[in-house]
Design a protein around this ligand. Sequence first.
Ligand SMILES: *Cc1c(COP(=O)(O)O)cnc(C)c1O
Length: 435
Amino acid sequence: MFPQSVFPDTAQIDSKGELSIGGCSASDLADEYGTPVYVLDEETLRARCRSFIDEFRKLYPNTNVSYASKAYINPALARIFQEEGMGFDVVSGGELATLIASEVSTGEIYFHGNNKTPQELSEALNNSIGWVVVDSFHELRLLDQLAREAGKTQDILIRVSPGVDPHTHVYTTTGVLDSKFGFSIQTGHAAEAVRMGLAAENLNLRGLHFHLGSPIFELEPYRVATELVLKFAAEFREEGLEMTRFSPGGGFAIGYTRDQEPPPVSDYAETIVSTMTATCQELGMEPPSLVIEPGRAIIGPAGVALYRIGAIKDVPGVRKFVSVDGGMGDNIRPALYQAEYEVVAATKANQEPGEKVTIAGKYCESGDLLASDIMLPSLESGDLLAIPAAGAYCPSMASNYNMNPRPPMVLVKDGKSRLIRRRESYQDLMHCDVV
Ligand SMILES: *Cc1c(COP(=O)(O)O)cnc(C)c1O
């Protein structure tokens, strides 16, 4: 059966067994733009923004939703997110430059990262971005000094590490003691950072942030960490900490395979908001503005990667390798974190699965496998494969390994498609080389 739950809202299989997204058929998209191609469904993208904004504001109107640009950003998408009323998280000068070039308002930009360079911090100051989320003692001193030199006072949040394990892959776990991110509450470093932040003349410390990791399928880690961090904040009231902003980060899960059931956005909202309001009441604290930072949960479900099958190699009794024209260069997640995906035969979606196959990429690494030991209909060279839930952390982590050009991005809506990033050319690959 077609795994509708992991595909964009508009994805369908027609009577001939062909996949369409946003009213555009997979084979037309592949013919027009070539393969591999990343297809983004505009309706799903906008619906995901609205669901985060609406579900949180329904319970707590004083909520801002900040899109985590690292999941994937470009100017066309930045405009859509701005239209939907989202703010933005960035983690580099390059992401910031993309947003500045897209003319989004800078007041609701949050700059994260464990080692922002002096140049990046200056860029943040020069562009008057709303918030820097300070992650280290080094950064506290550096930003204060740079702000002084620029004659500015920068609003900041401090990123604390609450020591709560969200039970996800170790590479995407961030809020525990053994992490490069944030000031640990447990070690006393968070307390020291708050005092330094309050004392810094050119910094205005206005609240705390944490981010536990991603994807987080459980609600409990958000509840435990929210309570813990607000209680920690309350200890500094008399020393002058006014919690006007509180961010429990992102990490909201999506379904990658048909058997996964991530909590609905409303459950995350209910958990975070009810914990925050109850804890604030208990502490006699004015509830702060709430900032949530979904990335994956916004763009992940909107994206589908389309590949064309080339070589098929059957090793009798061992494995059948079906190779496609992309792989780890456009989707590193299976190789990096053993991520699993559904794979659909985009023009044979009505046919019964009859073969166990492994989908291999074209890159010169044995680990370049997109999916292992999955059941698909009988496949031939030239068939199209679709991998859903591919909008987040695939194109944004793409590389030019093997000097392969990175694929294009196409936005679909109401039967029309629009290129929002063209395929790279061989010239692009050599653009920066100096002979
Ligand atoms: C990566 C990141 C996010 C977004 O994580 P998702 O899993 O994409 O929702 C939010 N906040 C911070 C600080 C991050 O580093």
